[in-house]
Design a binder for this molecule. Sequence first.
Ligand SMILES: NC(=O)c1ccc[n+]([C@@H]2O[C@H](COP(=O)([O-])OP(=O)(O)OC[C@H]3O[C@@H](n4cnc5c(N)ncnc54)[C@H](OP(=O)(O)O)[C@@H]3O)[C@@H](O)[C@H]2O)c1
Length: 338
Amino acid sequence: MIRTGIYGATGYTGFELIHILRRHPEVSVVFATSKSYAGARLSHVFPVPWDLPLVAEADADPGAVEAVFCCLPHGAAMQTVVTARQTGAKVVDLSADFRLRDATVYQQWYGLEHAAPGLLPGAVYGLPEVHRREIEQADLVANPGCYPTSILLALYPLLRAGLVADGPIIADSKSGVSGAGRKPSLKTHFVEANENFSPYNIGRAHRHLPEMAQEITRLGGRGEALIFSPHLTPVDRGILSTIYVPVSPAETLHTLHNIFNETYADEPFIWLLPEGQLATMAHAVRTNLCALSLTLVEPGQLIVCSAIDNLVKGAAGQAVQNFNLMFGLEETLGLADL
Ligand SMILES: NC(=O)c1ccc[n+]([C@@H]2O[C@H](COP(=O)([O-])OP(=O)(O)OC[C@H]3O[C@@H](n4cnc5c(N)ncnc54)[C@H](OP(=O)(O)O)[C@@H]3O)[C@@H](O)[C@H]2O)c1
C-alpha cells in the first residue's frame, strides 16, 4: 500500500479524491487536513459515514507518507508543496501554483509572487494523454485546471497533426457550480446561480487562459489565438466546452475523425463519439472520461464538443491517474468503475 496524505480534504476536490481513494486497492490515506474542521471527522462535514479524522496542516507529517495530494487554493498550496517535497514525498498539486512555467506570468495572473520558482522547471503538467512519459518520471505534477483539461484534450489531436489553421480558436465553456469550490460566494449563492446562466471573465480575462496558451504553444500551435469564454450553469458538476477551431480546408469530417481516433486509440479515458453524435455533460459526469464529438460546419471550420466532470477528470480523477503513473501502477486503478 502506498501511504498518502491529503491537504484540503474538506473541499470539493479533496472530498472527491477521498471517494476515489477509498476504492483504490494500492492506497492508504494516512492523514487528511482541514483548516476549519481540524479535530473533527469527515462525517461531521459531509453526509458520509466515514470516520476519517481531520487534522490541522501543522499536525500532518508529510515525512510519514510517500505521496501527497494538495487540494488547497492557489497561493496556499505553494508552501505546502515545498514542505512536502523537502521530505521526499511525491506531490500531485491540484491548484494552479505549479502549472505555469514562468513565475512572472504566474504573478501577472494570480497577483502573487511565486514562493518556489525553483520548483517550476521540474513540475510536469499533468495531462496524461499528452505528457504520460514525463509524468511517469515526475516527483511533482501540476494537475491541469478543469476548463483547460476539456479544451486541451479537444485540441491535442489537431495540434499534433499540425492541422490547426490561422484564425481564432474560440472555446465557449459551461461549468457546474462546484467548479468554484465549496467556500460560499455571491456568485455561487443559490438564488444567483439557480435558474440562471452567466458568462464571466470572457474573452481573454480568465486565469485558465495563460495555462492553455502555454500548452497550445508547446504543442506547436499559437497560444495567442485562443479566446476563452466561461459560463456558470446551474448544475452541480460537469463542464461542456464547445470549441470552434479553424482547420485545414482539405480535411473532411471523416479524416478528422480518423485523426482523433488514431491519437486516442489506446486512451482509457477518452470517449470519442461516433460521427453524427454530440458530446453532452451527461456523457462524462461522475466518471473520469472526456467525451469528444466533432462537427464540420463547412470546409475549414470544425466544432469540437468536449465534456468532462470538473471534479473527476478536471481534478481528483486526473490527480489519481497521475499518481498511478508516478508510482508505476495501472493507470486506471481506482478510476475505471466510477
Ligand atoms: N472545484 C473544481 O472543480 C476544481 C477543479 C480543478 C482544480 N481545482 C483547484 O483545486 C483546489 C481546491 O479546489 P476546491 O474546489 O476543492 O476548493 P474548496 O472546495 O474551496 O476547498 C478548499 C480546501 O482548502 C482548505 N483551505 C482553504 N483555504 C486555506 C488556506 N488558506 N490554508 C489552508 N487550507 C485552506 C479548505 O479547508 P476548510 O474547509 O477546512 O476551510 C478546503 O479543505 C483549488 O486550487 C482549485 O483551483 C478545483
